[in-house]
Ligand binder design. Structure first.
Ligand code: NDP
Ligand code: GDR
Length: 373
C-alpha cells in the first residue's frame, strides 16, 4: 500500500523548497534523465522534446567525447530554445544529484544511468553495485531530500537480467528473480529499493522490466551491434543464448507510458518484451542475410565456425573470452500486462530490427570511406 500521507519528504529545515501543490507543479513538464548519453537516453530525449517537455540530462565527465548520440539534438536547439540542458553529475555523487534535483525541480525522473554491460560487471562488480544499486538509492533520496516525493514520478530501468536462471517461461511481472551476474544482482537491489520507496513514502516510482532492446545506437560491445558492424571475421562467445530482442524506440515509449498514470491507475511495475525469443546464432544468420551472405556452420563448442557459402571464407569464429562465468541462457518475456494496462505494443519485428541495424552500419561505413577520400 502506498503511504498517502507523504511521510517520505524530510522535515524542514531539510526540505527547504517552497513548492506549489502537486497539481499546479505537474502543469510543468520537466524531465530529468540519468544515462541521457546512452542508447535509451537519446531516444527518450527525442521523444520527450517532441511532446513538449523540457529535458535535463546528467552527463559524466569523460576525457573522450560521450555525447555523440545527442549531437543532432544540440544542433536542433534553435528550434526549441531552453528546452534541452545537460549537466555534469554522476550516480556516485549524492551532492551533485541533490543539487541538480533542487535546481531542476523535475516532474519525471528517468533513471537510465548504469554500468550496463553484463560481462564487464564480472570484472567491475563493486563499481557496478555502486552505480547501478546505490546510485538508484542516491537518486531516490535526492528526490526525498528536496521534498519532491509527491511532486515527481520516478522510472527505474529494471531488466530481464533479474530473471537470470530460468524459473518459468515466458517471464512476466510475477516470475521469481534469480540474477546471474553482479549487474543482475545490483539491478535487483535497485528494483526493490524502488518498490520500497513507493510503498514506504507513497512515491510514484515504477520499475520497467525491459527485455533486450537494440537499435543503430546500441553500444558497440553488445552482441547485436558487434554482429551488425562486422566487417572481417567476427569473434563471438555463446551462440546458443536466446534473447527477446525489440527496438529501443518502442521501449522508451513504454517507459513514458508507465509514468503517466493512465486512467488514474496506481503506480505498478511492467514487463516490456516482444514475446518472441531467438538465439544469437539466428541474429548472426539474419544479419549476414541482409547483405546476401548465406552461412554454413561446422565444428562444435569453441571450434565452431561459419563460412560464407559463396566464397568459402570463414566469417564467424568462437573466442572463449566472450563467454561469461555464469550465463543467462533464455530470455522470453510476456508483455501482456503492459499491452492491457498501457495499450503498449512493440511495432518493430525481429527481421526489421536486424535489417535496420545492418543498413545503418553499412551507411556509416560508406560515409566514413567517403570522408577519407
Ligand atoms: P547504455 O550503456 O547505452 O547507457 C548507459 C548510460 O549510463 C550512459 O549514458 C552512461 O554514460 C551512463 N552512466 C554510466 N555510469 C554512470 C554513472 N556512474 N553516473 C551517471 N551515468 C552513468 O545503456 P542503455 O541505454 O542500453 O540502457 C539504459 C538503461 O536500461 C541502463 O540502466 C540499462 O542497464 C537498462 N536496461 C537496458 C536494456 C537494453 O536492452 N538496452 C534492457 C533492460 C535494462 P556514458 O555515456 O558516459 O558512459
Ligand atoms: P545482455 O546483452 O548480456 O543480454 O545484456 P549482450 O548483447 O551483451 O549479450 C547477449 C547474449 O549474447 C551472448 N554473446 C555475446 N555477448 C557479447 N556482448 N559479445 C559477444 O561477443 C557475444 N557472443 C555471444 C552473451 O553471452 C549473451 O548471452 C543486455 C544489456 O543491455 C543489459 O544492460 C540489459 O539489462 C540486458 O540486455 C537486458
Amino acid at each position: 500500500q502506498r503511504n498517502k500521507e507523504g511521510l517520505g519528504d524530510l522535515p524542514a529545515p531539510f526540505a527547504p523548497l517552497d513548492l506549489p501543490p502537486p497539481d499546479e507543479y505537474f502543469q510543468r513538464k520537466v524531465a530529468l534523465i540519468s544515462g541521457i548519453t546512452g542508447q535509451d537516453g537519446s531516444y527518450l530525449t527525442e521523444f520527450l522534446l517532441e511532446k513538449g517537455y523540457t529535458v535535463h540530462g546528467i552527463i559524466r565527465r569523460s576525457s573522450s567525447f560521450n555525447t555523440g548520440r545527442l549531437h543532432h539534438l544540440y544542433e536542433d536547439q534553435h528550434e526549441r530554445p531552453n528546452k534541452f540542458h545537460l549537466h555534469y553529475g554522476d550516480l556516485t555523487d549524492s551532492t551533485a544529484l541533490v543539487f541538480l534535483m533542487a535546481r531542476i525541480l523535475p516532474t519525471e525522473v528517468y533513471n537510465l544511468g548504469a554500468q550496463s554491460h553484463v560481462k564487464v560487471s564480472f570484472s567491475l562488480a563493486e563499481y557496478t553495485a555502486d552505480v547501478d544499486a546505490i546510485g538508484t538509492l542516491r537518486l531516490l533520496d535526492a528526490i526525498r531530500t528536496c521534498g519532491l516525493t509527491k511532486h515527481c514520478r520516478f522510472y527505474q530501468a529494471s531488466t530481464s537480467e533479474l530473471y537470470g536462471l530460468v524459473q518459468e517461461v515466458p517471464q512476466s511481472e510475477t516470475t521469481p528473480f534469480y540474477p546471474r551476474s553482479p549487474y543482475g544482482v545490483a539491478k535487483l537491489y535497485a528494483y526493490w529499493i524502488t518498490v520500497n520507496y513507493r510503498e514506504a513514502y507513497g512515491m510514484y516510482a515504477v520499475n520497467g522490466i525491459l527485455f533486450n532492446h537494440e537499435s543503430p545506437r546500441r553500444g558497440r560491445t553488445f552482441v547485436t551491434r558487434k554482429i551488425t558492424r562486422a566487417q572481417a571475421c567476427l569473434w563471438l562467445g555463446n551462440l546458443d543464448a536466446k534473447r527477446d530482442w525489440g527496438h529501443a524506440r518502442d521501449y522508451i515509449e513504454g517507459m513514458w507510458l508507465m509514468l503517466q498514470g493512465l486512467d488514474g491507475s496506481e503506480p505498478t511495475d511492467f514487463v516490456l518484451a516482444t514475446g518472441e525469443t531467438h538465439p544469437v546464432r539466428e541474429f548472426v544468420e539474419k544479419a549476414f542475410g541482409v547483405v546476401g551472405i548465406k552461412l554454413s556452420w561446422s565444428g562444435s563448442g569453441v571450434d565452431e565456425e561459419a563460412k560464407d557459402i559463396s566464397t568459402g571464407k570463414v566469417v564467424v569464429k568462437i573466442d572463449p573470452q566472450y563467454f561469461r562465468p555464469a550465463e543467462v541462457e533464455l530470455l522470453h518475456g510476456n508483455p501482456a500486462k503492459a499491452e492491457r494496462m498501457l495499450g503498449w505494443k512493440r511495432k518493430v519485428n525481429f527481421d526489421d530490427l536486424v535489417k535496420e541495424m545492418v543498413e545503418a552500419d553499412l551507411t556509416a561505413v560508406r560515409n566514413f570511406v567517403e570522408d577519407q577520400n
